[in-house]
Design a protein around this ligand. Structure first.
Ligand SMILES: [Zn+2]
Length: 315
């Protein structure tokens, strides 16, 4: 039995994982002001609580897998840098191992979610997949031959920070024109606001009283009533997302591209135009090398599944 832990800025979650299923999720609050040792202690306790909740003996636990935000040196289980929590070179695996006596493996949270979704969610059955989380930014994960590809020093797979518009929008990473500036939920909201400002007749105004009230769903609500402005917004977004997807497919040629994040709940409203954009632009046709574009199905559980799967692959 493996325990998966998903560490986040607001809470940490843990669950036992055996036979391909999670049981009895437990959670505890986390906070940025606490020293890393205290957060590691909370996580260790959470692992014990997860075994308890599942009615299992902690002695049965073979390993603990952790998905953590930040830059992770997964080989050594170190959180190199997590800006929100002001963590630098925190030996998270060692801290949790010391208290639990178990082997502990740590990977980046976006990578964990990608692995979880690939093995147990929408990507089940595909050996090769690329996962994109559309949120504030765009997180990426690459699964090759059933395994997470992390790159050297586990610092690769930053798909959101590949440029699709030279000299484009300024990105938080210091470059201009990164994919995530055009294909994140934040970008979709920016396109929605821009359309509202130049089109007072748009039904977008019915679902957001002002541009400040726009969220990731506004455009989809207006679109469900056939609004032309909303259609333009989605077309702009799909074109940007599609350009990145074509790039990643041309490089890795996965069997499936999986989309996560809140927007992915829109299903075919997003997938149909995206497929129509991507398929004719692929360097090698999908008739020759089949490609699926799918929405994630595990939601918030993807990270837990992936953390557990990551540890189980390491032992
Ligand atoms: Zn960037």
């Amino acid at each position: 039995m493996i325990i998966g832990v998903d560490l986040g800025g607001m809470s940490a979650k843990a669950a036992c994982f055996s036979g391909g299923a999670l049981t009895d999720r437990v959670r505890a609050e986390t906070n940025a002001a606490a020293p890393p040792e205290q957060t590691a202690h909370i996580m260790a306790q959470l692992c014990v609580a997860a075994a308890d909740a599942a009615g299992r003996d902690f002695g049965e636990v073979e390993a603990i897998g952790v998905g953590s935000p930040g830059v992770i040196d997964s080989q050594n289980g170190i959180v190199v840098n997590w800006t929100n929590f002001h963590w630098e070179n925190v030996p998270l695996a060692a801290l949790i191992a010391e208290e639990t006596g178990k082997r502990v493996f740590v990977t980046n949270d976006a990578n964990a979610a990608a692995l979880g979704e690939a093995k147990y969610g929408a990507g089940k059955g595909y050996r090769n997949s690329v996962f994109l989380t559309l949120g504030t930014g765009v997180g990426g994960g690459i699964i090759l031959d059933g395994k997470l590809f992390e790159g050297g020093k586990s610092a690769g797979a930053e798909l959101g920070h590949t440029v699709i518009v030279q000299d484009g929008e300024m990105c938080t990473c210091g470059r201009k024109g990164c994919f995530e500036r055009y294909a994140s939920a934040t970008a979709l909201m920016r396109y929605t606001c821009a359309e509202m400002k130049k089109n007072r007749q748009s039904l977008l105004w019915k679902y957001a009283a002002s541009p400040e009230k726009v969220d990731g769903k506004t455009v989809f609500s207006a679109l469900s009533e056939g609004d032309e402005g909303a259609r333009r917004v989605l077309d702009t977004f799909v074109a940007a997302l599609g350009e990145g997807v074509v790039n990643f497919v041309n490089i890795f040629r996965p069997q499936a591209v999986l989309l996560g994040g809140g927007i992915s709940r829109e299903g075919d409203t997003l997938l149909a135009p995206l497929r129509a954009y991507v398929m004719p632009r692929l360097y090698v046709s999908a008739e020759y090398a089949p490609l699926e574009i799918l929405c994630a199905t595990l939601g918030n559980d993807a990270g837990l599944y992936g953390a557990a799967e990551y540890a189980s692959q390491k032992i």
